[in-house]
Write a new protein. Structure first.
Length: 94
């Protein structure tokens, strides 16, 4: 699988498994090791979980929290790929 796919003027970033996301829709890439114990993360996580806005593709090896916008809604992926790797993939586009 390619790390980046081009579709018109949109570039996509591979987040893990078979998931790719439009790079322009990514709002933030966060290392879970650093944020998981913060009150801000816990509040956001609980709210998003309650509203079915979290997609866990981590296979129980949670490393990264990726916030993204899809059709005017903010959602999140939890991935087993490191935040550094995903950020490098996204930054490679620019």
């Amino acid at each position: 699988m390619e790390l980046l796919k081009k579709d018109s003027d949109c570039m996509y970033v591979h987040l893990g498994k078979d998931v790719v996301i439009n790079a322009n829709n990514i709002l933030g890439i966060f290392n879970l090791e650093f944020i998981q114990n913060t009150s801000e993360y816990r509040i956001m996580y609980e709210s998003m979980l309650k509203n079915d806005k979290i997609i866990d593709i981590s296979d129980d090896c949670k490393k990264t929290f990726i916030l993204f916008k899809e059709k005017k809604e903010i959602k999140a992926y939890i991935s087993n790929i490191s935040a550094t790797t995903i950020a490098k993939r996204k930054n490679f586009l620019y």
